[in-house]
Design a protein around this ligand. Structure first.
Ligand code: 6PG
Length: 235
């Protein structure tokens, strides 16, 4: 388990730095295969999408394919939709083709949506020996309880599941969600965690401890390299 902790003075400089690093990763990517990225939800990503769109420029993202680390089971037009969060500041702003956006089809109901999301991500990403998609980059936010994606504390089923995506009823509203499982987060080439806001300090500190048992701690312990971006100082 190893991680890199990058501290920034405020959320604006955090999102600016992440946007620049994302752009660099895309400029340096090979051209031979799709670059697969899983977006997160919550409040933090909106500023990131705007900062990234300002840097990336239209027409530079061919063969980049967008998925979600988790999605709320709401219509894509709903204010709570993680797809909607990206639709204007990222996809419309950069004129991303629909063929590159692999939205979770929440309007089809959770059982269909989870199967379809898994089929799409496994179609576009390389698979590891366990059949998990090896995503190039996964963005994660972190909740005040240390949850990431829609992997919440005390969810034993999530810990035991080998599913790529699963349906979950979580404590954070809207409660019915679809989420990547721990194995896919472990398999990804890069995982970047955006932990923004003083309210996250305690959960991050707990997650970084060797005996940490939050969902973020489990992700960190399953991977060799995770980058965590924060805008607060851990005492
Ligand atoms: C979601 C998430 C969730 C989110 C964190 C942080 O769909 O709710 O993906 O994991 O990233 O709760 O949310 P904020 O960025 O709003 O603090």
């Amino acid at each position: 388990m190893s991680h890199i902790l990058q501290h920034f003075p405020d959320s604006a400089s955090l999102t600016e730095a992440v946007a620049k690093r994302w752009h660099e990763a895309l400029v340096q990517r090979g051209s031979g295969r799709p670059f697969t990225v899983a977006l997160s939800g919550g409040r933090t990503p909106k500023a990131l999408y705007k900062a990234f769109a300002a840097i990336a420029g239209v027409g530079r993202l061919d063969n980049v394919h967008f998925f979600w680390g988790d999605e709320r089971m709401v219509p894509p037009s709903d204010e709570d939709s993680n797809y909607k969060l990206a639709a204007v500041p990222l996809f419309l702003a950069l004129k991303i083709s629909e063929t590159q956006i692999h939205r979770v089809l929440t309007e089809r109901g959770e059982e269909f949506a989870v199967k379809q999301a898994e089929s799409e991500i496994c179609r576009m990403a390389e698979l590891n020996a366990s059949g998990q998609p090896v995503l190039d980059l996964v963005f994660l936010g972190m909740g005040e309880d240390g949850h990431v994606a829609s992997l919440f504390p005390d969810d034993q089923e999530a810990i035991e599941s080998q599913a790529v995506y699963r349906v979950v009823t979580g404590p954070k509203p809207p409660s019915l969600r679809i989420t990547l499982g721990y194995p896919a987060l472990a398999a990804a080439r890069e995982v970047w965690v955006l932990a923004s806001g003083e309210g996250k300090k305690k959960a991050l500190k707990t997650s970084l401890a060797a005996e940490g048992d939050t969902p973020l701690a489990r992700v960190l312990q399953s991977r060799e390299n995770t980058v965590i971006f924060t805008d607060f100082v851990l005492e």
